[in-house]
Design a protein around this ligand. Structure first.
Ligand code: AMP
Ligand code: AMP
Length: 361
């Protein structure tokens, strides 16, 4: 486990006047790089050759490091290069999708913006649920085995898979039938059955509020809200019910993009209290709590109950809808504020106040 004194030692050798912001080239990297540039940082992109076109067409990257695979981030030579460039890494969805939690907490000797200890709480579904429950949030019920299913549930394979391989069932029989169908279609494997998480399906609309927990300002800011555009579930409504029955569709939730949302104003106070209490609980579990961006994945039902089914304690790609400005970032900061820039601003203020050690882990 990399400790804060390891990171302090690395930072001690950094030229802080040349601090650079780096991340893996995917997910929310454009958001992060644009924010870094606007706050006056140099940027470093660790990128696959096939994706480099994007980081060349948008003029946001000062230093491009081409890798075959994102796991190269674990190699000492690459880490040494990043440290020489005075890089602070900004973790996003691809870090947890392509590297394991252990690799991130034990083998990445480059300062990261965020709280490494919280990665464990986030990666483990049971611990994550415990965290959210203790923070007083409303969660969908969960079921230990398929044989306990007594209502509509959503079956999820662990890991940030963008909803690929998720399916719905309302009884043990329908679970096994659909599971087999998913295996036949190559979306799941036979041995996945024991790893599937069974969660009550909350019937309502998806709402993903994004927050920024500022250690420097000691505040949890409410910055943006989005929803997802998912294939095939968002396409099913386009075909009539009779055709749906004929082709026996199983909805899947592969993420393709996001939409911004402006919420009914009376929903905001509760969402703000939820953000505050999630951070407060995190501070007890792993001090100093959440550092920087986090997002609650919620469903709001027609009686306006807010169910939270997941937390991401890092920037989510849904904040890309706010590149430039989101209405809520505007209310707080005026024009030109968004998650990528908010991250860079926090790092800049921490540096000015000699408090970098408090926001980097
Ligand atoms: P990618 O590099 O596009 O494969 O994304 C890395 C991880 O982030 C994958 O697990 C994706 O499912 C997830 N991801 C990418 N884009 C989004 C998005 N717009 N919303 C939610 N999750 C995303
Ligand atoms: P996830 O990968 O956990 O973010 O979930 C992908 C999608 O599945 C979400 O965007 C929702 O559309 C749906 N979903 C996940 N969990 C639930 C739930 N408990 N109730 C209703 N819909 C859900």
């Amino acid at each position: 486990m990399i400790t804060s004194s390891d990171i302090a030692k690395i930072l001690g050798k950094y030229d802080l006047s040349k601090l650079a912001i780096g991340t893996l080239g995917s997910h929310s990297a454009l958001n992060i790089f644009k924010g870094a540039k606007e706050e006056g940082f140099r940027t470093v992109c660790i990128c696959k050759e096939k994706d480099a076109i994007m980081y060349r067409k948008f003029p946001l990257v000062d230093e491009m490091i081409i890798v075959k695979d994102f796991t190269e981030l674990l190699k000492e030579a690459l880490q040494e290069k990043l440290r020489r460039l005075n890089v602070v890494l900004i973790p996003h969805g691809s870090f947890t999708a392509y590297l394991s939690t252990e690799e991130l907490t034990d083998s990445l000797y480059v300062p990261m913006f965020g709280n490494r200890q919280l990665l464990h709480w986030e990666a483990n579904r049971k611990e994550q649920e415990e965290w959210l429950r203790q923070a007083g949030l409303r969660l969908p019920a969960t079921f230990k085995t398929p044989d306990e299913i007594d209502r509509l549930i959503i079956a999820k394979l662990p890991g940030a898979k963008g909803g690929r391989g998720y399916f719905l069932a309302n009884s043990p029989a329908s679970f096994y039938k659909k599971f087999k169908a998913m295996v036949r279609r190559g979306l799941l494997r036979e041995e996945d059955v024991g790893r599937i998480h069974l969660q009550e399906y909350a019937l309502g609309v998806n709402v993903y509020p994004s927050y920024f927990s500022s250690i420097i300002k000691d505040d949890v800011e409410f910055l943006a809200v989005d929803r997802r555009y998912e294939s095939a579930v968002d396409a099913i409504g386009k075909i009539p019910a009779s055709e749906q029955l004929e082709i026996d569709v199983t909805p899947t939730y592969t993420i393709v993009g996001n939409f911004p949302i402006v919420l009914r104003e009376s929903l905001l106070p509760e969402l703000m209290r939820m953000g505050d209490s999630v951070h407060k609980k995190a501070r007890e579990l792993a001090p100093p709590g959440i550092i920087g961006p986090f997002c609650l994945e919620t469903v709001i039902t027609d009686d306006l109950k807010i169910y939270t089914f997941e937390i991401s304690a890092r920037i989510v790609a849904g904040t890309n809808v706010g590149i430039g400005t989101s209405p809520y970032a505007y209310l707080k900061y005026g024009a030109g504020m968004y998650m990528g820039r908010r991250i860079a601003l926090e790092i800049k203020e921490a540096r000015e106040q000699g408090r970098l050690g408090e926001v980097l882990a």
